[in-house]
Design a protein around this ligand. Structure first.
Ligand code: ASP
Ligand code: MG
Length: 417
């Protein structure tokens, strides 16, 4: 069997969903389809959540009505009989309305997962109902009951053994050839919904592929495959047809937005190849990520990770940084979920570059109890793989660089945005 994943951009319009139909109808073997929330629905649901947390129930309901009508417009355009589509998603909207009017926003992270996960529940319901209407039989699965995670809300970790037992039973491909499930979401053992981190649907697809021993995963994206740089930021980008798992992990870690960093591990474990293919031109090959390749990447790769913060930490008492204080500092950052992209240490200080996030303030506060802390925000981290002096000059000339790390093969430059 194969796993196909369609991201938010692929399902943002009726036309996109018709295209899924076209792609899927050409597949004759068993298929598990993972779908993200439509378009910018996750962002919109985050706004619903923010109002809810502020106990502004009216504003939350108004924003939810916007989300609902966005989906209704798509259904209207897509279905022969739109009533069937409306009826399929209405119960979920009602559940959300009930949470909003009756719930008390106490814990942000668990409410995030409870409410925001409906984006995927609704998108998969629309895709599944539409495929059925078009004569493509399929079974819709609620992965909140099948992908079992820990209770680390908003960044949950999948418990592979527990999930495998459940998923294999639910998706056994005896009565059905096609299953449809949500990216990004799962639930803890008690059944509380969880999410796997923003952009986590790729990871879901990889987890499903691992659990069901898929032959391959295909991520359908609105790009021609994997490129050596983001074409929105750099000119003359080059297509990379083949990458190893290790290349992919490095690129994702450096901030390449092409796939979620957690995606590779479940695939690498079972040597499952990952194809990245252009949604708009399904006949093109795209790129493949696999264990080994005969054509190693021979162009420089440029990756920009935006919205970075440089934090410098000094022990208050001149004790050596590299001892206990190092582990203390990292324990605090880990607790506050800071994602560390770069580390540099000296005799008396440690500097780390982290993603800016809503957790930053809490982390800085707690670090401040123990250390002298200073920080700069509004930075971007440029990673160059296959470095040459010419590229360094071209990309960093005249920029304000706060931190540099260079090896023979690659360079990293933390600069003001
Ligand atoms: N819908 C989620 C997000 O926008 C997950 C995903 O798209 O991968 O982050
Ligand atoms: Mg997405």
């Amino acid at each position: 069997m194969q796993v196909y994943k369609f991201g938010g951009a692929s399902v943002r319009s009726a036309e996109g969903i018709r295209n899924i139909n076209r792609i899927v109808s050409g597949v004759k073997e068993d298929l598990f389809i993972v779908v993200s929330a439509m378009g910018k629905t996750t962002n919109a649901m985050e706004i619903v959540l923010d109002y809810f947390m502020k106990a502004d129930h009216q504003a939350a309901l108004t924003k939810l009505a916007e989300v609902e009508s966005y989906h209704y417009d798509i259904i209207n355009e897509l279905f022969k009989n739109p009533e069937v589509g409306f009826a399929a998603i209405r119960p979920f909207i009602t559940e959300l309305e009930n949470y909003i009017t009756r719930g008390v926003g106490d814990d942000y992270d668990s409410w995030y997962d409870r409410l925001v996960s409906y984006g995927e529940i609704i998108s998969t319901t629309i895709v599944s109902t539409y495929l059925t209407e078009s004569g493509i039989e399929n079974a819709w699965l609620d992965l909140r009951g099948l992908i079992v995670t820990d209770s680390n809300f908003r960044e949950a970790n999948v418990r592979m053994e527990d999930s495998q037992v459940r998923l294999k039973k639910a998706a056994d491909f005896t009565k059905n050839r096609i299953y449809i499930g949500q990216g990004f979401i799962g639930a803890n053992i008690k059944g509380d919904p969880t999410t796997l981190g923003r952009e986590g649907s790729d990871y879901s697809a990889a987890v499903v592929a691992n659990l069901l021993n898929a032959e391959s995963v295909t991520i359908w994206k609105d790009v021609p495959g994997i490129l050596n740089a983001d074409p929105r930021l750099f000119e003359n980008t080059v297509h990379i047809p083949e990458l190893t798992y290790l290349d992919a992990v490095e690129l994702a870690y450096s901030g390449a937005q092409i796939i979620h960093p957690k995606t590779i591990k479940p695939l690498e474990n079972k040597h499952i190849p990952l194809y990245v293919r252009p949604f708009g031109s399904p006949d093109e090959a795209g790129s493949v990520i696999k264990a080994t390749t005969d054509s190693p990447i021979d162009v420089p790769v440029l990756i920009v990770r935006k919205n970075q913060v440089l934090i410098t930490i000094r022990p208050r008492d001149f004790s050596f940084v590299l001892e206990e204080s190092l582990s203390k500092a990292f324990a605090v950052m880990n607790k506050h979920r800071l994602k560390v992209a770069m580390i540099q240490s000296s005799a008396v200080s440690i500097s780390v570059c982290v993603d800016n996030s809503r957790y930053l303030e809490g982390a800085l506060d707690e670090l401040g109890n123990e250390f002298k802390v200073s920080y700069n925000d509004g930075l971007e981290l440029l990673t160059i793989r296959g470095i040459t002096d010419e590229i360094v000059l071209k990309t960093t000339n005249g920029r304000n660089i706060l931190l540099t790390q260079r090896t023979r093969r690659s360079g990293r430059y933390l600069m003001r945005e």
